[in-house]
Ligand binder design. Structure first.
Ligand code: PEP
Ligand code: MN
Length: 340
């Protein structure tokens, strides 16, 4: 249920609504729109006394939210959310581009990648320091040493840092270095991790689980929003299907579908979504044509030697060649690639 406040409702009116909601045993989450404030009442709604909210001063209307996710729903917030983190700006016509290696491997690898992707127009640097690998024998990441290199790359290029956190116990450490906390596909339903990043004060990139439905994905976002963090980007990175030619199947219909139902920005990951370097430029362009609010792309100085995901990483030249094409598509749709 949402309580839509009148334009110009006072803070006292809003506080009274919050008090009334809490008296009903529900939780009040305030969503500040550009014109008016909306208060979402979340929790078990079959409670007597809801009608009293309608007559509270400053209240315009009380509406039922039909979607199972509340804070993430367009019903609660009509305008697009914009997520800003340092140099990265995503949403409402601004298309952010996050690029860099799958894993942080060395100073030379990371800094050269940061300089190259920035020169080509990327607005944030990606790089995993904690890697969730399918096999326990695969490279697990440089951990804090990798985070330090990411911070150094940010100092040298000005690019915001996007990096994955795999465990609730690492959230404080990763938040010390990161601008954006990435929740990987394998952890989308790790609810304690979602709650932890909800309270960490950093923006979050929430990847879709490879077998998660869109409702499950949006409910995962709801955990982060409900924990008090409004800066959530959704990332479609492909789902598992019967098809084996591509690593996952990348459903670009997720972009307009999710944008109809949620105000949160949608970022596409064409690298994991296809698993093939050669398919990444075409799917990046298609993602922007479909209205994606951002891209996250793997780029490596020498993909053949990469410690993870080299087969889906672009070289510097391939990334630099792809970017102007993406920009032309964004321009044609009156959207701004890399805009701040
Ligand atoms: C990654 O971004 O390198 C990664 C592990 O992605 P995902 O969680 O989507 O598999
Ligand atoms: Mn990867």
């Amino acid at each position: 249920m949402i309580i839509v406040m009148k334009v110009g409702a006072s803070q006292q009116d809003i506080d009274q609504v919050i008090g009334n909601i809490e008296a009903l045993g529900l939780k009040a989450n305030v969503i500040q729109g550009t014109e008016r404030t909306v208060v979402a009442a979340v929790g078990e709604e079959r409670v007597a006394g809801i009608g009293s909210l309608e007559s509270s001063p400053g209240v315009d209307e009380v509406l039922a939210v039909l979607a199972p996710y509340k804070m993430a729903s367009r019903e609660v917030k009509k305008e697009d959310s914009v997520v800003r983190a340092g140099s990265l700006c995503v949403g409402n016509g601004k298309v952010g581009v996050i690029a860099g290696p799958c894993s942080v491997e060395s100073e030379e690898q990371l800094i050269s990648a940061a300089i190259a992707v920035k020169a080509a127009g990327a607005t944030a640097l990606r790089g995993g320091a904690f890697k969730p690998r399918t096999s326990p024998y695969s490279f697990q990441g440089m951990k804090e040493d990798g985070l330090k290199l990411l911070a150094q790359a940010r100092d040298e290029t000005g690019l915001a840092v996007v990096t994955e956190v795999v465990s609730p116990s690492d959230v404080d450490l990763v938040a010390k270095y990161a601008d954006v906390m990435q929740i990987g596909a394998r952890n989308m339903q790790n609810y304690r991790l979602l709650e932890a990043v909800g309270g960490c004060g950093r923006a979050v990139l929430l990847k879709r689980g490879p077998s998660a439905t869109i409702d499950e994905w949006l409910l995962a976002a709801e955990y982060i929003l409900d924990a008090g963090n409004p800066n959530v980007m959704l990332c479609e990175r492909g789902v598992r299907t019967f098809e084996t030619h591509t690593r996952f199947t990348l459903p670009l219909a997720s972009v307009p579908y999710v944008q109809e139902r949620s105000h949160l920005p949608v970022v596409i990951d064409p690298s994991h979504g296809t698993g093939h370097t050669s398919l990444v430029p075409a799917m990046s362009q298609a993602a922007i044509a479909a209205g994606a609010d951002g891209l996250i792309v793997e780029v490596h100085p020498n993909p053949d030697k990469a410690l993870s995901d080299g087969y889906q990483s672009l070289t510097f030249d391939q990334f630099a060649e792809m970017m102007p094409r993406c920009r032309r598509i964004a321009d044609a749709l009156d959207r701004c690639l890399g805009g701040e």
